[in-house]
Write a protein that binds this ligand. Structure first.
Ligand code: TYM
Length: 332
């Protein structure tokens, strides 16, 4: 049976890119593979980003990320859901992998280059980010990793690290594969500047737990086809991010209606956005209600995380023992 692993950073509120790109697949694979699917709030990764690691906020964000995933349909009784810092073996395996990974390979990672360019002094944790990610996945010998397409290069490196370990120390790890949610590999930001991203801040994102009136304000202001200047101009839905969002939130009839309507100037951008908002509301309102319920019961969330960490450690411990043995650490 496949073993599934994925992680999500508590660097900000989860947005519709995380939701459609990854979280929906967590739920689908969780239903298929039960306790053989592991999901982790990666708080160790979060502190590679100094801007998102305020110690007064990190614990709350980790809690909120659990709430968001449970509200989105992940049932912690059926899958393994935990926080990364509660399973110290992640760091131990990460160190072994660090010693196998050339600095040059890490410096070539696109996300590293993009993020490092923002700092005068680059934290070395940022360079090691993908090594820790490989440790997350391989600590459970996972072979299936639901992610958005921005993580493709990191999964490639994970495969490379698995190959290298197997070569040095003997066959141990599988070479994991990324699985994508085909319709949503890269959800665009609502500001119209590239991918939606937590690290770009609130202006780029539509949070899945964001109040609906705030979402509407952002959609109302969002750019559409720049060639469509007047209401009577025909537009091109293929270059409009509102149409991208329709494909995520609206039913097929509505998608067809706005597609044809836009091309023939039969529908204006404001009405098209209102139609989108109906889909957004239908989708997110029940999710937000579930999140409210979960927030009102923090003990349930904490107990679920405690239980999840125990379940994760039970899988990780023998694999880590095997690694210690193969690497040659003295056993007493
Ligand atoms: P994070 O928290 O940045 O993103 C969580 C997931 O959301 C996907 N994603 C998107 N998908 C489509 N469109 C977007 N605009 C968009 N933005 C984000 C990401 O691809 C990701 O799947 N490095 C990981 C965290 C991680 C991890 C792991 C993942 C740590 N260890 C082990 C898998 C396995 C990340 O980027 O998280």
């Amino acid at each position: 049976m496949p073993r599934v692993f994925s992680g999500i950073q508590p660097t900000g509120a989860p947005h519709i890119g995380n939701y459609f790109g990854a979280m929906q697949n967590y739920v689908t694979l969780g239903e298929q593979f039960g306790k053989n699917s592991l999901y982790c709030v990666v708080d160790l990764h979060a502190i590679t980003n100094p801007a998102a690691s305020d110690p007064r906020e990190l614990a709350g964000r980790t809690f909120d990320m659990a709430v968001a995933n449970f509200a989105a349909g992940l049932d912690p009784a059926k899958v393994v859901f935990f926080a990364q810092s509660h399973v110290p073996e992640h760091q131990e395996l990460s160190w072994v992998f660090t010693c196998l990974t050339p600095v040059g390979e890490l410096e070539r990672m696109t996300q590293y280059k993009d993020k490092a360019a923002q700092y005068e002094s680059v934290p070395s944790g940022l360079l090691m980010y993908p090594v820790l990610m490989a440790a997350d996945i391989l600590l459970y010998k996972a072979d299936t990793v639901p992610v958005g397409d921005d993580q493709t290069q990191h999964i490639e490196l994970t495969r490379e690290i698995a190959r290298k370990f197997n070569h040095h120390y003997g066959e141990t790890f599988p070479e994991p594969k990324a699985v994508y949610n085909q319709g949503a590999v890269r959800v665009p930001g609502v500001d119209g500047h590239g991918k939606m991203s937590k690290s770009k801040g609130e202006a780029s994102t539509i949070g899945i737990l964001e109040p609906l009136d705030s979402i509407w304000q952002k959609l109302r202001a969002a750019p559409t086809d720049p060639q469509r200047v007047r209401r009577t101009d025909p537009g091109n839905p293929e270059v409009c991010l509102i149409f991208d969002y329709h494909k995520l939130f609206s039913d097929l009839d509505t998608i067809q209606l706005v597609d044809v309507g836009c091309r023939t100037a039969g529908i204006g951008c404001v009405d098209c956005k209102k139609k989108l908002m109906e889909g957004v509301t239908a989708h997110l309102e029940p999710l937000q209600e579930r999140a409210e319920g979960l927030r009102a019961d923090p003990d349930y969330v904490r107990d679920a995380l405690r239980q999840g960490a125990q379940e994760a450690r039970a899988i990780a411990a023998p694999i880590m023992d095997e690694v210690r043995h193969k690497v040659g650490f003295l056993k007493l």
